[in-house]
Write a protein that binds this ligand. Structure first.
Ligand SMILES: N[C@@H](CCC(=O)N[C@@H](CS)C(=O)NCC(=O)O)C(=O)O
Length: 213
């Protein structure tokens, strides 16, 4: 069985890419060249009508939405232990955090990085970015409080897909005035996860260079 992950370096494909490397399963990476707007090419739109990255092909099935791909991969390989069993308290915690990461934090990051999606008037963009940065700071503070109260990982002692996702978000926040690496527990988390060989391999395969977060 082989997967195909459509990616652009550093984009929302990072989390599923970390998961694939962590699983150690065969997969192929396929570059969607955003510098040439290939995410809007008809061939790609047939796979992902949203024209966004990532997309995962798993045999006959095509999936988009990074968090859904991470959950699917963890469920396809339960022996790897990257997600708690369905129906458990821990699985509920995973849903809560993963949805928070994708629906609240990632969504805010998208406003910060792409203010043009919120107003066609360029003079509005600095204010949109400032507000998104303030709000992102608040979301990251909530993650900090959670990690400081437990940790070292999102679900406590066991590493999994929520950590892959959070590492991606922590990396995206590296250019903020108050970056996640400057928060004590979040900084420890990024250092810890950033040392994992699977994470390193994925970052290198995407051609990303230090500092990673
Ligand atoms: N919620 C989606 C968001 C995906 C997304 O926004 N990807 C960005 C890159 S990080 C993208 O493809 N942007 C190109 C575009 O919108 O044209 C997911 O998590 O997969």
């Amino acid at each position: 069985m082989g997967y195909k992950l459509f990616y652009y370096p550093g984009n929302a494909n990072l989390a599923p890419h970390f998961v694939l490397e962590e699983l150690g399963v065969p997969y192929e990476l396929s570059l969607v060249d955003r510098t040439r707007n290939q995410q809007k090419d008809p061939d790609y739109l047939r796979l992902n009508p949203n024209g966004r990255i990532p997309t995962l092909v798993d045999g006959e099935q095509v999936l988009y939405e990074a968090a859904a791909i991470c959950l699917h991969l963890a469920d396809r390989h339960p022996q790897a232990g990257l997600a708690p069993d369905p129906g458990t308290r821990e699985r509920g915690e995973l849903y809560k955090w993963l949805m928070y990461f994708t629906n609240t934090v990632q969504a805010e990051a998208m406003i910060y990085f792409y203010p043009e999606t919120r107003s066609a008037d360029e003079s509005h963009w600095p204010a949109i970015k400032r507000r998104a940065e303030e709000r992102l700071g608040g979301w990251f503070d909530n993650v900090e409080a959670h990690l400081a109260a437990g940790g070292p990982y999102v679900l406590g002692a066991s590493y999994g897909i929520a950590d892959c996702f959070l590492f991606m978000l922590g990396r995206w926040g590296r250019g903020l005035q108050r970056p996640p690496r400057a928060l004590p527990a979040f900084g420890r988390f990024l250092n810890l996860v950033g040392e994992r060989p699977a994470i390193r391999r994925a970052l290198e395969q995407e051609g990303l260079t230090q500092p990673y977060f």
